[in-house]
Design a protein around this ligand. Structure first.
Ligand code: ADP
Ligand code: MG
Ligand code: MG
Length: 924
């Protein structure tokens, strides 16, 4: 039996397919097999299957990569035969032969993991060429220049990537480029494509010498040796430093492995009827439904993105290569219909024939994400649910960022224009290097980073800057790419402008600006202006908060509203606001808040001379003195609560009783202020100083604050309750429904809440008597903020006295981690770098740690009271990942600042859909 089953599994193993063919109209694999074939390989197969023109090829699976590492860097036994069999298939499909001296087939070797991964091996093109094949190629095509150009490209790539002959430490220029530059200088041309066959032949000879000298080896002439060398290099690159660092950062498991795609070459470098390009099926910056991209005539591979030559915008192809352009437009339509998302494609045209080389879902800005998702629903390409899932919730904040008003722009002096690569408006002082930008931003300046072109070394500067301006490069330049991903305002390729790095100046339209001068850039249209333009609120803000008719007619506003309607329909979590003033409340309601989740009553104390009444209360050394001061405070608070209740128009309001340490109100007073206060409240300066001293705490965050104050001084609680309920009684008497929810802060023991609830109920009784109201005529609830681990862990007992819970996740994070929010910013970045923490736990909930307390608190609370209403009112209520966690934990609502409400709503809708098993639209 045992031997039999062993045999069986061995047979199964032998049958395991290691290599998948693609080409013609039928491939071995398809687009669903990204984990086996990698993203690139799976989509190449898929494109073949839907009839698009793809050069035939094969994908060596990711499982081979896994096998390679699990077996001391060796391959499955059958691999060699499978590769050879597939080469025959490719030869048949393309009508050429690998290594042939009549009609040679050349190959590209490309890495391709499940997700596109920087750090992996660069693509090798034109593999299979050597001293004899190059002659055959020249003869067959009648184009010697093309043949030698392909050869020199191959040597350059194979030499650097496989044989590792690259710029050495301390060598500033790429040694291959040095040779090319020499050839160009000799030939007096400034473009690679200007070199003749003879000149390229010289380059090839020099490349070979370089490779031999530096590596000690001749480069392999045998095509099959070349192929194995390249395949090996791809698998080895899976474990190189760059790839490892990237995997660690993005949590990609090493077991995924990479696939290798070996594909027949098609040539964009055979002359004026050929070319290569990249395109998006829609504008990835704005989301406009226009074909967007760029191309180069007579070029190959990554020439378009490398920035050696300036590519042309895709619309121009209609004139240069009309037939291929038309075909490409058809492909655009087919791809979008099939993949139902924006595609980012790579293509090559060989002597008038279009070939597709890659497609994947396109990365996009927040604006584009919203625009595209909603357009696609209108086009009936995707469902509303899919649209909701496709928009990263955080990106909605881009739609709320300021813009320039048309009037401001009209008045301004325009000094240049480029491609609108990152929508939005930014103004700031110009700096020409990343270091200078970082330094200026650290000083609090708004910075516009100005570069001819950006590179990965500029990343820190780009992060520090409000906006990015480049004078070179196009839609697929580094600057455009990064701006799209980071949501930065960006204008790129402002060709009319000149930078002088040594003088630190930027010139456009005859105006020269120096480092530190102000400019303004409009990333919606690509305009650059001298000086500081005043930004105005976004169209969404103008429409929602200012009720402006013109803004309401804008596309952005309409789409925003529509999206919010869809989100509202699907979400189960309520969304409330953290607001302290009537105006904030009114704004929050316009954003869709369903009530207040947190009003911090003490925030009202800092206004005007109210603070003196508070100080008087704190400093009072007997009950009478305190009562006198409390009376004043109560009057202020009552007025505020009336305003808040009126603004809420019947929505509920969770009001938290006084929380901060008393010391906060008096600890900062100087002698002069003390003297003034002394006169006002009739207490001597020395007496005040003594009291301040006695109230001083070493660790106020863990000191006499929250309900501990109310327990020590019940009249403080009572006065606040009276202010709340008297306001409630008066507002409801005028016909507006009022739903006060009184929240006791910083409870650790059930007894604390029990104590405070009694004080609250007694005070309420007094208010009812005063207004002659029955119990049912003045309603309120009492609950607590869960922000001390002990309360979460003993939630069942705490809930006995609570009608609601609200997790105060700011303090709960501090107390759970023993980490001060105000003091941790100096070392948190190091913790994130060392990957001890994935995120800042004050911005995104620590779901495993603090989250466990939230779960325990929810479970305990509902054990005591099945339908206990539970919300959260920390900063985390506006963070998408945290919002989803709260949904999964079964909370009733989240509460966040007014401007985060749309983000919270969208995240809540996504959480509800994800619960139904719908996956987030994959954007790779
Ligand atoms: P990346 O993942 O960095 O985009 P690719 O494997 O897509 O790398 O290769 C980069 C470029 O090389 C492609 O955009 C294309 O221009 C060129 N290329 C790859 N394979 C072929 C091929 N079979 N024929 C012609 N050009 C190719
Ligand atoms: Mg690349
Ligand atoms: Mg590519």
């Amino acid at each position: 039996m045992a031997t039999k089953s062993k045999k069986k599994s061995a047979a199964k193993k032998a049958k395991k397919q290691n290599v998948y063919f693609f080409g013609g109209k039928k491939s071995d694999g398809d687009g669903s097999q990204k984990s086996l074939l990698g993203g690139k390989g799976a989509n190449l197969a898929e494109m073949c299957n839907i009839g698009l023109p793809v050069p035939a090829g094969m994908t060596i699976t990711t499982e081979v990569c896994t096998h390679y590492y699990a077996n001391k860097q060796t391959y499955p036994k059958t691999l060699d035969a499978e590769i050879k069999a597939n080469i025959v298939k490719i030869e048949k499909a393309m009508g050429k032969k690998f290594g042939d001296l009549e009609n040679p087939l050349l190959l590209s070797v490309r890495s391709g993991a499940r997700e596109s991964m920087p750090g992996m091996m660069d693509t090798i093109l034109n593999l299979g060429i050597n001293d004899t094949v190059v002659e055959a190629l020249a003869e067959k095509t009648g184009n010697a220049k093309f043949a030698w150009d392909s050869y020199r490209r191959f040597l350059q790539m194979y030499g650097s990537v496989v044989m590792e002959v690259e710029a050495e430490a301390g060598e500033h220029h790429d040694p291959y480029e040095v040779i090319l530059d020499k050839a160009k200088a000799k030939a007096k041309v400034d473009d690679d494509s200007g070199l003749s066959a003879e000149e390229l032949q010289w380059v090839v000879a020099e490349f070979k010498k370089l490779i031999k000298k530096r590596s000690g080896n001749d480069f392999p002439e045998d095509p099959m040796d070349q192929l194995y060398g390249a395949v090996n290099a791809v698998f080895n690159s899976w474990e190189n430093d760059r790839a490892r660092v990237y995997r660690a950062k993005y949590g990609i498991p090493a077991e995924w492995g990479t696939a290798v795609n070996v594909q027949a070459m098609v040539f964009g470098n055979t002359g004026k009827e050929s070319g290569t390009g990249v395109a998006f099926t829609r504008d990835p910056a704005t989301g406009d439904n226009v074909f967007y991209g760029e191309y180069l005539i007579d070029a190959q591979g990554e020439d378009v993105v490398a920035g050696v030559r300036t590519p042309k915008q895709i619309a121009k192809m209609a004139k240069d290569l009309p037939k291929s352009h038309e075909e490409l437009l058809k492909v655009r339509e087919i791809l979008e219909k099939h993949f139902r998302d924006v595609q980012d494609v790579e293509f090559t045209i060989e002597a008038g024939k279009l070939w597709m080389l890659q497609t994947r879902n396109g990365k996009r800005t927040g604006f584009a994400a919203v625009n595209i998702a909603i357009d696609m629903v209108r086009e009936k390409l995707i469902s509303k649910e899919e649209a909701i899932l496709r928009i990263p919730a955080d990106d909605l904040s881009h739609l709320l960022s300021p813009i320039f008003s048309a009037a401001e722009e009209k008045k301004a002096k325009k000094i240049g224009a480029g491609l609108p690569a990152g929508p939005g408006a930014a103004c700031g002082q110009i700096y020409f290097t990343a270091e200078a930008s970082v330094a200026a931003a650290a000083k609090g300046q708004s910075v516009i980073l100005v570069r001819q072109a950006t590179s990965p070394e500029d990343l820190r500067g780009m992060i520090a800057a409000e906006g990015i301006l480049t004078t070179e490069g196009g839609a697929s330049s580094h600057a455009a790419l990064v701006a799209r991903q980071m949501g930065k305002v960006c204008v790129c390729g402002a060709h009319g402008m000149k930078i002088d790095y040594s003088k630190k100046t930027l010139t456009g339209e005859g105006i020269t600006l120096k480092e530190g001068d102000f400019i303004s850039i409009n990333g919606f249209v690509g305009n650059v202006y001298k000086g500081e333009l005043k930004p105005s609120p976004s169209q969404v803000i103008q429409g929602l908060l200012e009720n402006k008719a013109a803004a309401k007619k804008s596309d952005t506003y309409k789409k925003f509203i529509e999206l919010m309607e869809w989100a509202d329909k699907h979400r189960k979590l309520g969304v409330r606001t953290n607001s302290d003033t009537p105006e904030q409340v009114r704004n929050a309601i316009k954003f869709g808040a369903e009530g207040i989740g947190l009003t911090r009553s003490e925030h009202m104390f800092f206004e005007g001379n109210r603070i003196d009444a508070v100080r008087e209360m704190i400093l009072a050394d007997d009950d009478d003195g305190r009562a006198k001061a409390l009376k004043k405070i109560k009057a202020f608070q009552k007025k505020d609560f009336i305003g808040i209740f009126e603004s809420l128009e019947g929505r509920p309001a969770t009001i938290r009783l006084l929380d901060p340490p008393l010391h906060e109100f008096i600890g900062t007073m100087d002698s002069k202020q003390i003297a003034e206060l002394s006169k006002k409240i009739g207490m001597s300066s020395p007496a005040i100083k003594k009291r301040i001293h006695s109230l001083h705490e070493e660790n106020p965050m863990l000191g006499h604050r929250g309900c501990r104050l109310g327990v020590s001084y019940p009249p403080i609680t009572a006065a606040q309750v009276e202010a709340i309920l008297e306001a409630a009684a008066e507002v409801q008497a005028k016909g507006t429904k009022v739903l006060p929810e009184i929240m006791v802060p910083l409870v650790a023991y059930a007894k604390e809440l029990e104590h405070q609830k009694q004080v609250i109920d007694e005070a309420a009784e007094g208010v009812r008597a005063k207004y002659d109201l029955k119990k049912s005529e003045l309603k309120y609830t009492v609950g607590t903020m869960i922000e001390i681990p002990r309360a979460a862990l003993t939630a069942e007992a705490v809930a006995e006295h609570a009608e609601f819970f609200s997790f105060g996740t700011n303090d709960l994070t501090q107390t759970c981690l023993g980490l001060s929010r105000d003091d941790s910013s100096s070392f948190l970045p190091e913790y994130q770098d060392a990957e001890i923490m994935a995120n800042n736990p004050f911005a995104s909930l620590d779901q495993t740690g603090v989250g466990a307390l939230v779960e325990a608190g929810t479970k305990g609370g509902r054990k005591a009271k099945k339908n206990l209403k539970i919300g959260i009112c920390g900063e985390h209520g506006g963070d998408p990942d945290s919002v989803k966690f709260f949904h999964r934990t079964g909370l009733n609502y989240v509460s966040c600042s007014p401007f985060r409400i749309p983000v919270a709503k969208l995240a809540a809708a996504q959480a509800a859909l994800e619960e139904k098993g719908m996956a987030r639209g994959e954007v790779s």
